[in-house]
Write a protein that binds this ligand. Structure first.
Ligand code: ZN
Length: 245
C-alpha cells in the first residue's frame, strides 16, 4: 500500500501560496465564487482547509483535472459542528475541470477567518506493508485495538493522501457503507525542509517528528486530525470530512 506526503512550501504572500492548484489554507484557486460553501449552522461562508487535484494513484477522483476542495466553518470556533461529517458545518466539493476558473476566488464579504496558506511543491511516495486483514482492522474498534504498537508505528500522523487512517478516537466513526479512506489532514503543517519564507506562524521542529524540519499552525481541529473519505457514485464521486481530537 502506498501513501503520499506533501512537500510543503510558502510564498511571500498568502495569495501567492493560494495560487497553486494544490495547497492548504488560504483562498480557493479555481472555485467559482457562487460555489463557495456556507455553514448550515451559522450561515457564514466556510474557510478553505485544503485543495487537491485528481491523481490516479494519490487521489483517484475518477477523472483527470477534477479538484477536491475541503472547507469548514471558522467563524466561531467550537460553536458549529465542524467535526461531524454531514453536519453542514464542513464541506467537500469535487469540481470538474470545465467548472474551474483558473484564478483565485474573491474573498467573501463576511470575511471568513482564513487558515495559513502553504502550497504543495511535490509529493513524497512511501510504502506501507500491511496484510489485507490488518488493513481492514483500521475500520472496527475491536480489531483496531488489537493492532500491535510496532504496526501502528509505521502509520503516519501527518497530513497525507492514501494509506490507512491514524485514529485519535474511534475507528468506527468512518462513514459507511461504500466510503473509502483517501487521506488525512493534521492541524499542524509539517514541512520536510525549510520553507522559502518564514512567517511568524512557522517554527523549527526541534524534535523533527516524522522527519519534518518545520511546523506551521494549520486548521482548527482542536489540535486533532481530519479524515477524508470518498464514495463512488456512478462516475461522480462524493467526499466527506470529519475530525477527531
Ligand atoms: Zn458556522
Amino acid at each position: 500500500m502506498r501513501f503520499y506526503i506533501p512537500q510543503l512550501d510558502v510564498a511571500g504572500q498568502m495569495e501567492e501560496s493560494s495560487a497553486h492548484p494544490e495547497h492548504l489554507g488560504g483562498l480557493p484557486f479555481g472555485l467559482p465564487a457562487d460555489l463557495w460553501p456556507t455553514c448550515a449552522e451559522c450561515g457564514g461562508t466556510q474557510s478553505l482547509i485544503a485543495q487537491f487535484l485528481h491523481d490516479p494513484l494519490r487521489l483517484d477522483l475518477g477523472r483527470s483535472g477534477r479538484m477536491l476542495f475541503v472547507f469548514q466553518c471558522n467563524h466561531d470556533p467550537g460553536m458549529c459542528a465542524t467535526w461531524e461529517a454531514f453536519s453542514g458545518a464542513n464541506s467537500c466539493l469535487i469540481l470538474e475541470p470545465e467548472m474551474q476558473t483558473g484564478h483565485l476566488t474573491e474573498y467573501p464579504a463576511d470575511s471568513p477567518p482564513l487558515d495559513n496558506a502553504a502550497f504543495v511543491r511535490g509529493w513524497d511516495e512511501r510504502g506501507l506493508h500491511l496484510a489485507v486483514a490488518d488493513e481492514l482492522a483500521f475500520y472496527t474498534d475491536e480489531a483496531f485495538f488489537q493492532l500491535s504498537d510496532e504496526m501502528l508505528a509505521n502509520v503516519s500522523w501527518s497530513t497525507r493522501l492514501g494509506g490507512v487512517p491514524r485514529w485519535i478516537q474511534s475507528a468506527e466513526e468512518s462513514p459507511r457503507p461504500g466510503w473509502r479512506f483517501v487521506g488525512q489532514l493534521d492541524s499542524l503543517y509539517s514541512f520536510r525542509s525549510a520553507p522559502s519564507f518564514s512567517p511568524d506562524w512557522i517554527s523549527v521542529d526541534s524534535e523533527q517528528f516524522e522527519g519534518r524540519t518545520h511546523i506551521g499552525e494549520g486548521p482548527n481541529f482542536g489540535g486533532g486530525i481530519a479524515y477524508l473519505f470518498l464514495r463512488e457514485n456512478e462516475g461522480n464521486p462524493a467526499a466527506a470530512m470529519f475530525w477527531q481530537r
